[in-house]
Design a protein around this ligand. Structure first.
Ligand SMILES: [Zn+2]
Length: 115
């Protein structure tokens, strides 16, 4: 499943970050996920609960911030209003997606405990 491969890569990446900080315990991960990224937040949570076991994320929470899709003209950078025709009102060029497809690990909160 798509969400499982995302979480697997995510936990690997956090593991590498945490390895640089001996004694670090990951508290929380902040993700930004575009509404058009094709990711179900519920499934991502479920996958995370599975993958975090016995990983550096075992005690971590997953915070997901949804990002709305936004369209802009690719030529004059004019924003296209939500629900409007996906064509630039100024130059007539087709609009392109500015945001909404991203999957970003924005922040990792870690606590360093004595080892
Ligand atoms: Zn334009």
């Amino acid at each position: 499943m798509h969400e499982y491969s995302i979480v697997s890569a995510l936990v690997d990446r956090v593991q590498r970050e945490a390895d640089a900080h001996p004694g670090a315990v990951v508290q929380r991960l902040h993700l930004r996920i575009g509404e058009l990224a094709g990711v179900e937040s519920d499934l991502l949570h479920t996958a995370f609960m599975t993958f975090r076991e016995r990983s550096v994320c075992a005690e971590a929470e997953l915070a997901i911030e949804p990002v709305a899709a936004a369209w802009r003209c690719m030529r004059c950078d004019l924003p296209i209003a939500p629900g409007a025709v996906l064509r630039c009102p100024s130059c007539g060029r087709p609009a392109g997606l500015a945001t909404g497809t991203e999957i970003i690990l924005e922040r990792i909160e870690m606590e360093v405990r004595d080892v």
